[in-house]
Structure formats: structure tokens, C-alpha cells
Design a protein around this ligand. Structure first.
Ligand code: 9MJ
Length: 695
């Protein structure tokens, strides 16, 4: 069989084009073309390959997902062992490391290549003549598992190195991980599907890489960052690690943007502090930083001691996990009635604070981890997330402990209000059926209503709400605006001054409430009456409606009455609203009690500006894309352009950021255009825009 010359050339060109767009999208996070355009290229390549099977080589971007599941992974031996790093926790240990390095080399000052220490899974990628032929887990450092078919599905990993002159052999080493934002999204999807959520990005990445069916791995948002090399053959490598990393970057192997070159121990510690300060804002989880002697000849000279390099060290952030004892299990009731088992712990210092409570999530998690009262447990506290019990140390379990059952522990009734507890067959959570009759649910819904991103009532915190609810002063959010008023019918006869005085007297009767703070709270409540539709929707506390969904709903419907009248089908026209969310919304507004509270909130003066109902966006090439308009367009006004973009499901934003997909620039476009160019955002003129909208 022969292949037409022009088909071969077309295939080559298409692959290069697709690989470049993969790199722009998955590695640089700067796509140049809309998804629809990318899909077109991809389909064209598939069509050509189907017509010319000889051209369908394994390195083609169309061949990332293998056909069938494996029975098991095979073991393989690493050509160069993948050894682990020694750890340092204190600055003195870092100084000692630098001293040993300097003394070992007989030099005054050492240059280091430094990077964040990813909390993912170490893997090795073997490229022969530029083609990815094998990928393996680290395993015990000497033998690992062959996970080639899974690694091939990770779009950030090139199937072919971007060079005309590939080395005979190049082994790239790095970490597979899931970015924090992708992890949140993955768990949201798991929740929507009723599947189990993952505990953290690292577990999710590990579980995804260990799938025997690569089609499952392909659906997981795995990514990759290289941090070094293993075995190499027939390649003239630079003599510095930092330059090797630049070389990998030129081959379009993902390398981390936060890598630096620093001098001496001061440089190391400055880097540690800089990354530590930025840790929570980084897109991925890290557990420290890694220091490596930059000069590769010096690395060889220093060599290894007992399975770890002498030329490198990991400087870890304070432990986020600690061991302690589980003294008991309390049950807390959340805003929507969810019963959450909470571990009462022997106080332990972890992640920089003393922890006495940690969440156990739900019964399924307790069963999975087999957590029992009296156990020795590992507690984890990362960033500002709620501490959790990660696992039990079974070898330390005392005889006579019993499996914990939440429903039995509470005798099937809510520990706060005594209502029945139900566990629906398709839900992991047990729930108090008391609704807003339950003071715990009432307190939490009210706190949610008042929270910063909802109605933003400053000063209305835990302690105050506790008293207001326990003394029956407040039972619905509307009561906050008429504090102290017993008889609602008398509202019409009250002046604002009367209401204020009543509010002051009510607050003054509470514990620890000075006049000044009472006045502040009342002012904050009053100020919150002027709000936005999105905040108001979010504040209502509808199940499954978070801040982003509330904004989408407000934008789509424009007004509360239209939203309240919408059926499930109409609701699902809103981006990201699926059947589960739509059902929650319909159920919420069908409840007479909820309608009554909304009516009263409006009656006491809570208001917002209602917008036009946005026309239902059509699925299009620009659905979900963000545009920024700048300068004067030749024929369309700003508003007309905005209307057209939004009608097709695009969004128009006021400022240019990494998230911007397109900047539409007219005459006298200024700083926004410059910013777009700086960030590599695609810039369109009016004709390009009209063309794109026409698609
Ligand atoms: C991680 N985990 O990010 C190394 N690592 O180097 C970095 N791990 C490493 N380097 C040699 N950045 C062995 C392990």
C-alpha cells in the first residue's frame, strides 16, 4: 500500500499544528484558537489517518487513548535508580547541607537550581529518538510499574519531543499531579454523578494513574511537570541543571515556572520563604522546595550516600500531618441538615496550629478508614482547609474497640432538635429532617445569609447568632431586619426610628454586647438591604447553588420572579446548571415557607436592581469564552458587540487577565490591548469578531 505524498504532508502539518495547540492549552494555559477550531483540526487528522492507515503512527495526537483495559501493570527496572531526597525541616539543616556541599567541593560559594516540591507522583518518561516509548511509576526506586498507556493520555506530556534533532535516548523525570482548580472541578463532577469524592489532589492523581482502563485515566485532569533527567544517550547536554531544564522546555516538556537559580544558603532560604508565602496561591499542592547543586559535574563529584544524592535536599514546609489520639466522636448539624461526624482529638500541633477537632466527613469515610473511638490517628491540616482524620494506625489499636455507626450513636434522631434522621439511598450523608425547625440548621443558614459573600452583614458572627436563635429572637433571615418585633402586623405602624430603637434594645439585652457594637450590627443589617440579585440568590442557601451558580442565575434570568417561575428545563439552559441543581432550585421555590421569607425580605426593604432577562444563549463556538472589548469599533457599538457575544453564550469582562480568551480591539485601544499582548491573549478586530460569531 502506498500513501499519497500530499496526504502524508497534510498529516505531518496537522499533527504539528495540533501538538502546538495542545502545548498552548495544556502547558502554557494560553490557547490561541477556540475549542471548535481545535476540534476541526483534530477531526481532519482523524479523517486522513482513517483513509491512510499507514500514517496512523502511535505518536499521533489522535492515538493518546489506548483501546482496551489492561489485566495488570507489568513491573520494570529503572535504568538509573529513582532515588529519593533527604529532607530538611530547619534552617540549620539547610545551612549544614550547604556547608557539606562546599566542603565536599572545596569552594566558597555554590549556585543552586531550586524548584517547588510537588506533592504528586514521581514518574519516568523514556523518549527514544524523540518518541515516547515508555512511562513508569517510581515504585521502590529500583523497580516501578509500566503505566505507559495511562501516561500517554496526559495531554501535557508530549508523545513526541519538539525537535528536528532528537537524542537517541532521553529519560525525563518529574511528577504527575492534578491542579487544585481541576481537583475542585473533578470532585464537583464526582458529586453530580453520585460517585465518591477524592480526599485530596494527590490521592486523585494516584488513583487515576493506577486505573487499568486508560479510558478512565483519560477523563481525569492529570498534568505533569519535569524536574530532571534519568538515563541519556547521544545528546550533548548543557553542564548546568538550570540549562538542562531550559532545554527540556524547548522540547515542549512542561517545566515549572517557579524554578529559579540562587546563590548560597541565603539564596536558598529566601526562595523557601518566597515560595512559602505564595504557597496557597500556587495552582498546585506542594510540600516544600527542592535545592540542587546547579553544576552537573559538581553533582557527579558529590555523588550519593545511602540511596540519596549528596547534591540535593528537600526543604519541607512544617508538617501538615500529625499523630494523635481520637478521644470521641461528636456529631454536628450543618446548614442543610447534614450530620457530620467530628473527631474530638487529644490536642496536637499540626500545620502551625493546635488542633483539637477534625472532620470525619461521613459514615462512608468512617467505614472506609475503619475509624474507632480510642484509635491512634493521623490528622492533616493543609492551608486554611478544615483539619481531617486521614487514617488510623491499626497496629496501635487497643483490644475491645467497636466499629462506629453514626445513626446508632445518635439513635436515629438529630442531636440538636430531636427530629428523625434520614439517609437517602443515593446520598452519603445522613440528614436531620427538621429543616428550619432545627436550631442548628437555622443558625447555619442565618450565618450563611449574613456571610461576606452573601448579604455581607459584618459583626453578625457565630456567638451573636447563637444567642439570637437560642432566645427565639430570630428564626428566619427576615427577622434580622425587624429585630425585637414580636407582632409582624404592627410593622406598618413603625417608623424606621422605632425599629432602630427596638433593635438596639434587643441587642443590648444579649451577653457581651456593647452599645457601640450593637449600633454597628444594626447599621450593617440596614446597609445589607441594598444588595445584588446574585448575592440575594446565593444568600437564600439553596442546596447546590454556590456563588458562581447564583451569579449565572442572576445574569440569565435578570429578575427574581422569573427565576422563581422557571421550571427544571428552563433552569438547565443556564451554563453549568444540570438536573441536580435545577431540581434543588425548583424544590426550594416550591416550598411555601421559602416564598414567605422572600416576600417578607422584600417587604422590609431588601432590594436590588433587576436587569433585563438575558436571551437564552445558544451553544456555539464561543460558549463560555471570555471577551474584553476595548477602543471604538468601526460599526458596532460596545453594547451591540456585548449583546451579540452574550447571545451566543460568551461573557464580556472589563479587564484583561490570563482567563481572557479574546480581546476585541478598535480604534484607540489602550492599556487593555497592551496587557493582552503581554499575556499572549488572542486579539480580534471587528471583522474577526463577526467572523467568529458567524461560526
Ligand atoms: C518534586 N517532588 O517536586 C525532585 N521533586 O529530584 C523535585 N523531586 C527530585 N525534584 C531528585 N522538584 C529526586 C527527586
Amino acid at each position: 500500500m502506498t500513501v499519497p505524498q500530499d496526504a502524508a504532508a497534510c498529516v505531518r502539518q496537522l499533527r504539528e499544528e495540533i501538538e502546538r495547540h495542545n502545548y498552548l492549552y495544556y502547558v502554557l494555559d494560553k490557547p490561541e484558537i477556540p475549542d471548535a477550531e481545535y476540534d476541526k483540526l483534530f477531526r481532519e487528522l482523524e479523517r486522513l489517518e482513517a483513509g491512510n492507515p499507514l500514517l496512523a503512527t502511535p505518536d499521533s495526537p489522535t492515538r493518546r487513548v489506548g483501546a482496551s483495559p489492561l489485566a495488570e501493570f507489568s513491573q520494570l527496572t529503572h535504568r538509573v535508580p529513582m532515588l529519593s531526597l533527604n529532607n530538611a525541616f530547619e534552617e540549620e539543616e539547610v545551612a549544614a547541607f550547604d556547608r557539606r556541599v562546599r566542603e565536599g567541593l572545596g569552594v566558597e560559594m555554590v549556585e543552586y537550581a531550586v524548584d517547588p516540591k510537588f506533592d504528586g507522583l514521581a514518574i519516568s518518561l523514556i523518549y527514544e529518538n524523540g518518541i515516547l516509548v515508555q512511562g513508569a511509576t517510581r515504585g521502590d526506586g529500583y523497580t516501578g510499574e509500566d503505566v505507559t498507556t495511562n501516561l500517554r493520555t496526559i495531554k501535557a506530556i508530549p508523545l513526541r519531543l519538539h525537535t528536528a534533532n532528537p537524542p537517541k535516548l532521553l529519560e525525563v523525570r518529574g511528577e504527575v499531579l492534578i491542579l487544585k482548580a481541576d481537583f475542585e472541578k473533578l470532585n464537583r463532577q464526582q458529586r453530580e454523578k453520585g460517585d465518591k469524592e477524592f480526599a485530596n489532589p494527590r490521592n486523585a492523581a494516584a488513583g487515576s494513574l493506577r486505573q487499568l482502563d486508560p479510558r478512565i485515566t483519560a477523563t481525569r485532569p492529570l498534568t505533569f511537570f519535569a524536574y530532571g533527567l534519568g538515563s541519556v544517550d547521544e545528546v550533548d547536554l548543557p553542564r548546568k541543571l538550570s540549562a538542562v531544564m531550559d532545554y527540556l522546555e524547548s522540547l515542549r516538556v512542561p517545566v515549572c515556572r517557579e524554578r529559579r537559580v540562587v546563590q548560597g544558603v541565603d539564596g536558598l532560604l529566601d526562595y523557601y520563604r518566597m515560595i512559602g508565602a505564595r504557597r496557597d496561591g500556587l495552582p498546585y499542592d506542594i510540600d516544600g522546595v527542592v535545592y540542587k547543586v546547579n553544576n552537573l559535574s559538581w553533582q557527579e563529584q558529590l555523588g550519593f550516600v545511602s540511596r540519596a544524592p549528596r547534591f540535593a535536599i528537600a526543604h519541607k514546609f512544617p508538617a501538615q500531618e500529625a499523630m494523635t489520639e481520637l478521644l470521641g466522636i461528636d456529631v454536628q448539624v450543618g446548614r442543610t441538615g447534614t450530620l457530620t461526624p467530628v473527631a474530638r482529638l487529644k490536642p496536637v500541633f499540626v500545620g502551625g496550629v493546635t488542633v483539637t477537632n477534625a472532620t470525619l466527613h461521613n459514615q462512608d469515610e468512617i467505614d472506609r478508614k475503619d475509624v474507632r473511638i480510642g484509635d491512634t490517628v493521623i490528622v492533616r491540616r493543609a492551608g486554611d482547609v478544615i483539619p481531617e482524620v486521614v487514617r488510623v494506625l491499626p497496629e496501635r489499636r487497643q483490644p475491645g474497640t467497636q466499629a462506629y455507626n453514626l445513626l446508632e450513636a445518635v439513635r436515629h434522631v438529630c442531636p440538636v432538635c430531636g427530629s428523625h434522621v434520614i439517609r437517602l439511598p443515593d446520598e452519603v450523608a445522613a440528614r436531620c429532617s427538621g429543616g428550619l425547625f432545627c436550631p442548628a440548621q437555622r443558625k447555619r443558614s442565618l450565618l450563611h445569609f449574613a456571610s461576606r459573600t452573601a448579604m455581607d452583614i459584618e459583626g453578625l458572627g457565630d456567638k451573636l447568632m447563637e444567642q439570637l436563635v437560642d432566645r427565639d429572637l430570630v428564626s428566619t433571615p427576615a427577622d434580622l431586619y425587624t429585630l425585637g418585633l414580636k407582632d409582624l402586623d404592627s410593622l406598618d405602624r413603625m417608623t424606621p426610628a422605632d425599629l432602630y430603637e427596638l433593635g438596639m434594645n434587643t441587642l443590648a439585652s444579649l451577653d457581651r454586647m456593647a452599645e457601640k457594637s450593637a449600633a454597628n450590627v444594626l447599621d450593617a443589617i440596614k446597609a445589607s438591604k441594598k444588595t445584588t440579585l446574585a448575592r440575594f440568590i446565593y444568600a437564600l442557601g439553596i442546596r447546590n447553588v454556590g456563588e458562581a451558580t447564583a451569579k449565572d442565575l442572576a445574569r440569565h434570568f435578570g429578575g427574581l420572579d422569573v427565576l422563581m417561575a422557571a421550571d427544571e428545563e428552563e433552569l438547565q439552559q443556564v451554563p453549568d446548571v444540570g438536573p441536580v441543581v435545577a431540581q434543588s432550585i425548583v424544590q426550594f421555590f416550591a416550598e411555601p415557607h421559602n416564598r414567605g421569607v422572600i416576600e417578607r425580605l422584600r417587604a422590609v426593604g431588601v432590594h436590588w436592581v433587576e436587569g433585563e432577562r438575558a436571551p437564552r444563549p445558544m451553544a456555539s463556538a464561543i460558549s463560555g469564552k471570555t471577551f474584553v472589548l476595548t477602543g471604538t469599533l468601526p460599526s458596532l457599538t460596545r453594547d451591540e458587540a456585548k449583546e451579540k457575544i452574550e447571545a451566543l453564550g460568551g461573557k464580556v469582562s472589563g479587564s484583561v487577565s490570563k482567563k481572557t480568551d479574546y480581546v476585541v480591539a478598535g480604534v484607540e485601544a489602550g492599556s487593555k490591548l497592551a496587557k493582552a499582548q503581554e499575556l499572549g491573549v488572542v486579539v480580534l478586530d471587528e471583522n474577526n469578531l463577526i467572523e467568529l460569531l458567524g461560526k
